[in-house]
Design a protein around this ligand. Structure first.
Ligand code: UT7
Length: 335
């Protein structure tokens, strides 16, 4: 029986900064509204032709592999989380395998929205625990900007999301007091349509039907979110799944050195921080700079926290996410 530990980590965000004022030029919104409701000041959007979901994932992965000290030949498996793949199929895992020049290792795509990275981490952790693989590359990348409804109709969703990627190399750890202590995954399909993009599947129809109908008013291509309903469920599930992780490891809230919540909304993170009575030092947020990057948000935040020296050897790190599905998850890590 082994544990797995994060052995290298990295992130990449496109250079193009889009401020709230930039958005207010193309839709009826304001810096004041966005900051008050979400805490977001700016986000990154790709420049078309310069980046894709795969290319961002590749850039983050290269940094993570370099920091792990491993060669690409030592990577045994790829797990790639995204809701914004370059192609409907195949998923970006195989493109990453090719672009990084990895051996013909397995590549698994995970589609679990904002919980995607923790689901991916959990899958990688199980492969390592059983002894099947030694080093697994876990990547999360999202290119959301080109799929958003940038008109007034879509403003409550489109101001929130941003583009970016994060990656970690998960490696075998023989000391079972270290590394990922546990992961906890959940779902509740009853609320699937409260945060969703319905096309191109459409529950029985297909994108070709929609194109044939050529209806420019069809909203099904764009993400829909019942914001307040999602918010209310998020704060409950975040709390539950953090507690579940702590309990499974006989840990107390006071043992948390760093909580890295999925960056859905600064207000959600603050709510959780208050509920658990955590200090500012115990919670990491960067949604102010990047918006909500869905599956990529946790590995981007984890990498930034680590780069800023806010994660030290021996720290107890809690990752927690909630999003479309609904799905939610947590991971408890001894760094
Ligand atoms: O990452 C996955 C999980 N996601 C989440 O957890 C997100 C959860 N939800 C939220 O973060 C919040 O619900 C939002 C930030 C999405 C929305 O904030 P809200 O406080 O729930 O606002 P609302 O949707 O209730 O809208 C309030 C008002 C409405 O106007 P009326 O009806 O009061 O006149 C909206 O039309 O604000 C209006 N509005 C906007 N105004 C300016 C909606 N979007 C905008 C906008 N700019 N971008």
């Amino acid at each position: 029986m082994y544990h797995s530990k994060i052995n290298g980590l990295g992130y990449y965000v496109p250079e193009n900064v889009v401020t709230n004022d930039d958005l207010s030029k193309i839709m009826d919104t304001s810096d004041e509204w966005i900051q008050e409701r979400t805490g977001i000041k700016e986000r990154r959007h790709i420049i078309r032709g310069q980046d894709t979901t795969t290319s961002m994932g590749v850039k983050a992965a290269k940094i993570a592999i370099e920091r792990s000290g491993l060669t690409t030949d030592e990577i045994d498996f790829i797990v790639f989380a995204t809701i914004s793949p370059d192609y409907y199929f195949p998923g970006p895992g195989v493109a990453l395998q090719q672009e990084l020049g990895l051996r013909t290792v397995g590549a698994l795509d995970i589609r679990n929205q904002c919980s995607g990275f923790i689901y991916a981490l959990s899958v990688a952790d199980q492969f390592i625990k059983t002894g099947m693989y030694k080093n697994v590359l876990v990547v999360a990348s999202e290119l959301q900007s080109i799929g958003l409804d940038m008109t007034n109709r879509g403003r409550s969703v489109s101001v929130i999301f941003g583009d970016g990627a994060g990656a970690v190399v998960l490696s075998r750890e023989e000391d079972i007091t270290k590394g990922i202590l546990s992961t906890h995954l959940h779902s509740e399909g009853e609320h699937a349509k409260e945060l969703a993009v319905l096309a191109p599947g459409m529950g029985g129809r297909w994108v070709t039907d929609i194109i044939a109908e050529n209806n420019p008013d069809d909203e099904s291509y764009y993400p829909y979110m019942n914001g307040q309903f999602v918010f209310k469920n998020a704060v409950v599930r975040f709390s539950e799944v953090i507690n579940e992780g702590l309990k499974a490891n006989n840990l107390e809230v006071s043992d948390i050195d760093m909580l890295i919540p999925h960056q859905a909304n600064l207000r959600i993170s603050q709510f959780i921080q208050q509920r658990f009575k955590l200090s500012d030092d115990q919670v990491f947020n960067n949604i102010q700079k990047y918006g909500n990057t869905t599956a990529a948000s946790i590995p981007i935040a984890l990498t930034e926290a680590w780069e800023q020296g806010r994660i030290k050897e021996g720290d107890t790190i809690v990752l927690a996410a909630f999003g479309s599905g609904f799905t939610w998850a947590s991971a408890i890590i001894k760094w």
